[in-house]
Ligand binder design. Structure first.
Ligand SMILES: C[S@@+](CC[C@H](N)C(=O)[O-])C[C@H]1O[C@@H](n2cnc3c(N)ncnc32)[C@H](O)[C@@H]1O
Length: 281
């Protein structure tokens, strides 16, 4: 048996232990990247083997938040892919404006950079006070960071450029206070945000949404798990509601491709087709 076969067995046992001990199911994540992250996590925690990591996951429940963070890559940035945010502002928001109340589900929100970006855009479009953003993630630690809205000041320059490229009408500095090494997003931006733990692998429909953003999350999932998540999104959207995926993600070959029609293909924005079997408001 070669090293990679042994690795696969150990990763399989680790995934089983995590599921049986803590209820988190990583069994349907794309195997190559999962294996890489499990190995990295074992290194970071000073475990000589993945089996050593499995033992710690079984016997040290306080490690769980570290483990989830290590497995789920909570990297993000404000106005990531500015052209997508510009498309939201210019093409999607004018259509959402016809609703008296706008529900937005941001699934896999990581440390909240996209949540604050969205709140700023909605504010500038005059829609924020009739919007509610449900920002969810599998990781409670990521959600805690998201609710604090504190980020390294070194990221601010790039994010400010992103904001301008997304069509921002003020300056990003107007929405945050800067210290020596950190910036803190204005907490007023949180006034219509609810942060909640939600696991796309195991939990159910979350809310009745007019817009769902789930960007750079499906890329870590197997086809079957992508299919599960897309079913949840379909069943959560009102008819004609919008779904935004990451720029490297798409609906193919998911069986639900026919439930959505492309709205802006390059920006991976889709619209729930009128014949699809979601929540029809
Ligand atoms: C790379 S980040 C993407 C953040 C943001 N959406 C963006 O595009 O910048 C992926 C996020 O998905 C979350 N995630 C991974 N698996 C998940 C699952 N099964 N359910 C919910 N969130 C999950 C991770 O915790 C992580 O915060």
């Amino acid at each position: 048996m070669d090293a990679s076969e042994l690795d696969s067995i150990e990763v399989g046992l680790f995934v089983q232990a995590l599921q049986k001990r803590h209820g988190y199911d990583f069994g349907q994540y794309a195997p190559a990247s999962l294996r890489r992250r499990v190995r990295l996590l074992a290194d970071q925690l000073g475990c000589k083997t993945i089996s050593g990591l499995t033992e710690r996951v079984l016997h040290e429940p306080q490690l769980l938040s570290n483990v989830l963070e290590g497995l789920t890559v909570p990297t993000s940035e404000m106005f990531r892919d500015p052209a997508m945010f510009r498309a939201l502002r210019e093409k999607v928001f004018p259509l959402l404006a016809s609703y008296p109340h706008i529900n937005i589900w941001q699934a896999g929100c990581a440390h909240g950079q996209e949540v604050y970006s969205l709140a700023i855009l909605l504010e500038e479009a005059g829609l924020y006070d009739r919007s509610q953003i449900f920002a969810t993630d599998l990781s409670d630690r990521a959600l805690h960071r998201a609710s604090e809205g504190i980020y390294p000041v070194k990221d601010a320059q790039q994010w400010s450029r992103n904001y301008q490229a997304a069509g921002g009408i003020h300056s990003l500095a107007d929405y945050c206070s800067a210290g020596y090494k950190l910036i803190k997003l204005n907490q007023r931006l949180r006034r219509h945000v609810t942060f909640a733990v939600h696991n796309l692998a195991t939990d159910g429909v979350f809310c009745e949404a007019h817009l769902i953003l789930c960007r750079n999350v499906l890329i870590y999932f197997s086809d079957a798990l992508q299919d599960r998540a897309l079913t949840l999104f379909r069943d959560s959207l009102v008819r004609g509601g919008f779904l935004c995926l990451g720029l490297r993600e798409n609906l193919n070959p998911a069986p639900h491709a026919q439930d959505f029609s492309p709205f802006d293909s390059a920006m991976r924005i889709y619209r729930l087709a009128t014949h699809a079997d979601g929540n029809h408001a």
